[in-house]
Design a protein around this ligand. Structure first.
Ligand SMILES: CC(=O)SCCNC(=O)CCNC(=O)[C@H](O)C(C)(C)COP(=O)(O)OP(=O)(O)OC[C@H]1O[C@@H](n2cnc3c(N)ncnc32)[C@H](O)[C@@H]1OP(=O)(O)O
Ligand SMILES: O=CC(=O)O
Ligand SMILES: [Mg+2]
Length: 723
């Protein structure tokens, strides 16, 4: 039984109330009385608007369903006109100029990776904030970017053959990032500082030099024997680290022990699709980790390799200047955004007039309040040096919903007593109604927008759900190769550029969802900077370190100059990726697609519902570990729902697949001591039932979202575990 503290029409769960009053509010300059009064007014104003927006989603979906049921054209002029008539496609305002101010350089003028991390996992969240810098040697050694060939397998201890390959590759990267007038970094026998100048000695006793001397920014240690040399390239910094006593350094001709590179420029601390937070207890953990990050106090003892270490936030990196001037200071931490939840869900951590409050309003208020600690300098570290609070708003459908968030932020600012437009907004372009109206969406938050990001995973789920009744969709792999997605990705960059985001905000690309396939990532993800995006999502610090290399290879801001910013693409975006009616899917292909989807759903959902894990690496049918979160779940569940709707698969077939895959998923988790198996009594496994619901009730879920069913089943599970 949840106890609440009452503030007028607002009730706050005891645990959350204690957290806010005792930990979040003190030292913010906001009195509890004015805060709770402001909160009550905020909910009174915004709850009705929030409900009306959700109602509009349903009305539009209903009209679209009726249109398809009547057998109307699924493409072309008639379809486009229909979308205009119902207000799905709106007139785009001309000449939108974003005018956001006080944006940190990591967002506005730099180009590099963006890491995403579940905020309720303190161990990972700390790792993420520290992923601003990564070891290139470790990232290469630990991944398949270095092949096993020639005896270079990753063995239990250090494998010198693999190590040698790492050094060769890293030095080849250095040759690109830091060209020499002659020779290669592989030939260097000494990097020294002589009379304030960088001196580079080659093995053949010749000297070399930097082709662009201004790349050298500074050094650490004694000028006579520096232990780190700092350089810059394409706006990113990196260090050559020197140590003659280090096991690697002492075997290197120039005593190079590593190359440290600036990696995750920004990190999204995620309260949304990678976390399972269903009640006051969970939300309090989410908010208290955010508070720890904003106050710089978050730390955790971890056990690694049999040793207990304390993980805490890293200091800035300070260097002697190469110009003999002031010292050079580079942030040691990734600049943090916080991703709030969207407009859909409610949560009983607070009640208003006795009803659960919209979770997005609660997140907006509390995460902003907490971030005020950063603005006031209540931390040993600085997040935003420009005095901004960066909030990612996911899953907004069209400009009205963006305008709602903009108004919400404007109403939160006086409650926490910060200037107007302190709260910045990252707009996820991940719902179809946002993609086709993106210019109007940016206009609706033009003084706050700090990014637009193509969240192609949710976007794919919405693609399927919106046109559920238009016909059967292509299989998942084919969906990614059809015209709509390319047009969506290209248009997002073009719209961002013509709305003036370059130099002011990020134009971002989506997640690499195969965390262990780094060699493939290195081939594929260079496409993101090449498309003109100055950031793209990565799932781990290692991926951030490797993806950073792409921004050394590609000068994003140069690319942006040459792009066709008039590109519109809406007619292609509106091409629904249906199965070609002439295409015949064999029963094997169908079964494989079904089993693969079911395996992913079960593998993810059972850990979500039984253990409260919001993001997991789940093996697919080929045993490739895929990052699964609520957005990938949305795709898989909507895809099966669509195939059920159009008779590609039968309910019995789906049930068979669920039963078969449940056994496999249990086996895959056999080594996890916390895991609660689904078999043998599947019908009483709450996780199994959640997975079935997501498929069989997928058609009627709002926008195909998975949250309502997941939350309900997780709460059921928590109640069961508590008894
Ligand atoms: C559609 C969307 O919304 S995408 C956005 C949501 N997705 C995400 O946020 C993905 C975040 N990534 C993750 O949660 C994880 O990387 C997973 C679940 C995919 C894989 O996790 P695991 O199986 O535990 O990874 P693995 O065993 O390879 O690596 C674990 C190590 O990497 C670190 N790590 C992995 N991912 C991250 C991350 N995102 N941030 C920081 N550190 C991370 C862990 O801290 C751990 O290191 P440690 O032992 O020093 O603490
Ligand atoms: O949030 C990201 C997505 O792809 O969805
Ligand atoms: Mg998403």
């Amino acid at each position: 039984m949840q106890n609440y503290i009452t503030y007028g029409r607002l009730q706050v769960a005891e645990q959350l109330d204690a957290f806010i009053n005792q930990h979040a509010l003190p030292d913010t300059g906001v009195s509890p009385t004015s805060f709770w009064q402001g909160a009550e007014n905020l909910f009174a104003t915004f709850i009705p608007q929030n409900r009306a927006l959700l109602e509009k989603r349903e009305q539009l979906q209903h009209k679209i369903d009726e249109y398809h049921k009547a057998g109307n054209p699924v493409s072309g002029q008639a379809y486009t006109q229909f979308l205009k008539d119902i207000g799905y496609l709106v007139e785009q305002p001309a000449d939108v100029n974003a005018d956001t101010t006080n944006v940190d350089a990591e967002i506005a003028t730099m180009a590099g990776p963006q890491l995403v991390v579940p905020i309720n996992n303190a161990r990972y969240a700390l790792n993420a904030v520290n992923a601003r810098w990564g070891s290139l040697y470790d990232a290469l050694y630990g991944t398949d970017v270095i092949s096993d060939e020639g005896g270079a397998e990753a063995t239990k201890g250090y494998n010198p053959v693999r190590g040698a390959k790492v050094v060769v590759k890293a030095k080849a990267y250095l040759d690109e990032m830091l060209p020499l007038t002659q020779g290669s970094h592989a030939d260097v026998t000494a990097y020294t500082i002589k009379q304030g100048e960088l001196s580079i000695q080659l093995g053949n006793s010749e000297k070399s030099a930097l082709a662009t001397p201004s790349q050298w920014l500074g050094y650490q240690g004694d000028a006579n024997a520096p232990n780190a040399l700092l350089f810059t390239h394409n706006g990113l910094r990196f260090e050559i680290q020197l140590d003659a006593t280090h096991p690697i350094g002492k075997t290197d001709p120039a005593n190079v022990k590593d190359v440290a590179i600036e990696a995750a420029l920004t990190t999204i601390m995620d309260c949304e699709d990678s976390v399972a937070a269903v009640d006051a207890e969970d939300k309090t953990l989410v908010y208290s980790n955010w508070l720890g990050l904003m106050k710089g106090t978050l730390s955790i003892d971890i056990n690694k390799g049999g040793k207990t270490l304390t993980r805490a936030m890293h200091e800035d990196r300070i260097y002697h200047s190469a110009q003999q001037g002031q010292e050079v200071c580079v942030s040691g931490r990734s600049l943090m955004f916080v991703r709030n939840v969207g407009h859909l869900m409610t949560n009983d951590a607070m009640l208003f007039d006795g009803d659960e409050v919209p979770e997005g309003i609660m997140d907006g208020l509390i995460t902003s309040l907490i971030a005020k600690h950063d603005l006031l300098g209540n931390s040993a570290f600085k997040n935003s040096r420009e005095g901004s609070i960066y909030i990612v708003k996911p899953k907004m459908h069209g400009p009205e919903e963006v305008a709602f968030s903009d108004a919400l932020f404007e109403a939160i600012e006086p409650i926490i007593d910060v200037p107007k437009n302190t709260l910045k907004m990252g707009i996820m372009d991940e719902e179809r109604r946002t993609s086709v109206n993106l210019q109007a969406c940016i206009a609706a938050a033009k003084s706050r927008v700090v990014f637009i990001n193509t969240g192609f995973l949710d976007r794919t789920g919405d693609e399927i759900h919106t046109s559920m009744l238009a016909g059967a969709f292509a299989d998942k792999a084919s969906l990614k190769a059809m015209p709509w997605i390319k047009a969506y990705e290209t248009a997002n960059v073009a719209v961002g550029l013509r709305c003036g985001l370059s130099g002011r905000a990020q134009i971002g690309k989506g997640m690499w969802p195969i965390p262990d396939e780094m060699a493939n990532m290195m081939k594929a993800k260079i496409g993101h900077p090449k498309s003109g995006a100055n950031t793209a999502w990565v799932p781990s610090p290692t991926a951030a370190t490797l993806h950073a290399l792409h921004y050394h290879e590609v000068d994003v801001f140069g690319i942006q100059q040459g792009l066709d910013i008039a590109f519109d693409g809406v007619s292609d975006i509106l091409q629904i990726p249906l199965l070609d009616s002439t295409e015949h899917l064999t029963s094997d292909v169908i079964q494989r697609e079904l089993d693969n989807n079911v395996q992913g759903i079960l593998g993810y959902v059972v850990r979500w519902v039984h253990q409260g894990v919001g993001c997991s690496k789940v093996p697919d049918i080929n045993n490739v570990g895929l990052m699964e979160d609520r957005a990938t779940l949305r795709i898989s569940s909507q895809h099966i729902a669509n195939w059920l709707e159009h008779g590609i698969v039968t309910a019995e077939q789906v049930k068979d697949s669920l039963r078969k895959m449940a056994v496999l998923v249990d086996e895959q988790n056999a080594n996890d001591s916390e895991y609660i198996p689904m078999a043998p009594d599947l019908e009483s496994s709450i996780g199994f039932l959640a997975a079935s619901d997501l498929i069989f009730e997928g058609k009627t879920q709002p926008s195909g979202y998975t949250e309502p069913l997941l939350h309900a089943r997780r709460r059921e599970m928590k109640a069961k575990l508590a008894n």
